[in-house]
Write a protein that binds this ligand. Sequence first.
Ligand code: MIG
Length: 763
Amino acid sequence: MNPTDSDRLQSEDFSLDIQSYESTACRVDISPVPRPEYQNPFLPSLNTGEESQQGGTFHLEGNPQQFRVFFEGNQLAEFGSLKSSFPAWARDKSRAPEEWTSLIHEIEGSHSIFGLGEKTKYLEKSGGTYEMWNRDPSGLYTHNEDPLYTSIPFYIVRKDDDPFSYLGLYLHHSERSKFDVQNRLGRGKVGLGVAAPRISMFLLPATTLKEVVKQFTQLTGKPFMPPKWAIGYHQSNYGIPHDEEEARDMARKFRQKEIPCDALYFDIQHMDEHRVFSWDRDRFPDPKGLMEDLHEQNFKGVTIVDPGIKKEEGYSPYDTGRERDVFIKDSEGEDFVGSLWPGFSTFPDFLRSETRDWWAKYNNQQLDWGVDGIWNDMNEPAIFFSRKNLYEQARQIQQDIDKGKSFGSELKHHLIEMATTTPEGLQHRDDSGEYHPHEKVHNLYGYYEAKATTEGLKQHRPNKRPFILTRAGFSGIQKYAAKWTGDNSSTWEHMKLSVYMVLNLGLSGVPFSGPDIGGFEGDVEPELLTRWIQLGSLFPFCRNHSGLDTVPQQPWSFGEPYERINKEYISLRYRIMPYLYTLFYKAHRTGLPLFRPLFMEFPSDNEARSITDHFMVGDALLAAPVLERGASKKSLYLPEGKKGTLDWQDWWTGKSYESGYHHFDAPLEKLPLFIREDHGVPLTETVQHTEDLPDTLRLRYNLKQKARVPIYHDDGETKDFQEGDYFFGEFVIDAQEGEKHADVSLEAKHEGREPFWDNVVLE
Ligand code: MIG
């Protein structure tokens, strides 16, 4: 197709092209003239769908310096200040030497920005400059820390009074990029910069927020469907279990205390001197037997896997890796050697298919031991130091000393910063053997590791759904892994932050995420742990994890009344498991998150637009966690629907409340929770693990006229659901006028499997 005038804008310096897709998305390609020879063969492929030939098309107006994008006669976006240079607004000039392209997306002051994946700060992103560069901040990160482990160069603009109220913008680049979200004097802007000689971006206009997220996950991939055990409560702790006995004790304790739990994690202490794919046989003499014992009690085992392969002849992953030539190269073309937990190590080049194949085999071995899931840490990659950057560090320290600086905390921070940054000069090879600088693909390292690990798990257990937990990732990581938000700390600030992070990850296409419940760094206090477990019982990914030598934070660690309350909320998660599982299935099919800001469900309610400390879990439950120390009340807003006020039913008392602001008592044992009008939640009695399926299904609903309560069920572990082996239906609950009882029927939509329940009880 020859580009028409409106498909292309051209000046002496730049040329712009726009391509329309039938999925109502467009791609804008911006290149300097002459067009540079530049490609990135590693970018994950996108499902754009068919190119749109007529109707429903986008076009450009203006000139490359100031251009506008239109869709069916509506202006969607305006851009200016296109430059082939490091953006002036990016304060940190240290990265300036690379080739950059930058421009400004001009928005109204009243517009809001969401998304950007795993970022700190608040739910709305204005007033910050964000960088996409996967990074281990090492140790405790603050409310302002940036960048973090995972990069998703995607944001959503929420507009007012516009036929397309939402616009998604995806910068299709794995190179380092920067986003400057500012809103001053009534004007807004998002500065965009990328370390590449050109820019390629997608625009996704939509009338609703849900539509944008669906479109973005259409483009980058729908989330994987986890095995059911992966959405239970998980217990983890760096350093614990220290040996087999401690692992067995831990499992026993959960069952004795009747605190539900599905999985135990084995952090780096389980390995033989930190060599990946090994066990310390003194402390874990029989991993297979241990896993069998855990399985006996319906526990799953998840082991950590770091990317560093100890450089040591005789160590099989190193030897075979050398043979198959799978490691990242340094600037001289030798295997790059850096330091990680096992000492000097080489690093798999996951961008090569040969490496992924090799890696898959080692993950197989894990499964031979009976391990159920894999936890990928340090995959930014975080590298403690290499010979080269040690020298660089020493040189900088010397310079600082020469300048009269003392060895204060600043210097220490600087050291840590350098130590966990991937060294420069690394090289990757594509499958044809061509070399590419690490900088181009850094942000894809964790993504390709997760892909390779998925491959390994699939080879070993072809029909089982894999579970992988990752720290680093890129747009599309939702296809392969759940995501936890790294080394947070045991502070109230961090608990709040975890709400914003999980909400924004969900808006960025990653529904399956959660923080270390209780916090990683530092000693948790009992009240904080309990409040975090209350909130955490609703997180899509629900794992209590903490750092080495921190105060134990198991649900029972602080005795009563904390243990009883922690148990009650973990049990709540297991009671509403049918609801959560149905939401996971919906997320898998549509990309919609479980954790939703109020304005996702109630777009017509202006008041709901700015609420950030309470949110929806699916479309039926509103949760308002207490996030303040010592608080025993919660003020909250119950949104209204399109047609006005709604009835909200208190989960605990059954009492009705109208839309509007309310103050609720929320003593330590209470998480305010409400059911939306004409909605319901399928649940069961409490179980101890997800393999236990009670034969009674309960329906708790808030009925005015008619509620539809969807329910999904499958075998919880295989891929047979893809062949139709599942049940999906909707309970239709009708309020019969003049009659006391509601009329309930189950409309089966897909009956490839029997429901698990024999009878239904209405609550
Ligand atoms: O350098 O494996 O974020 O969850 O417990 C620290 C030990 C390495 C960082 C992970 C954390 C894990 C810890 N790891």
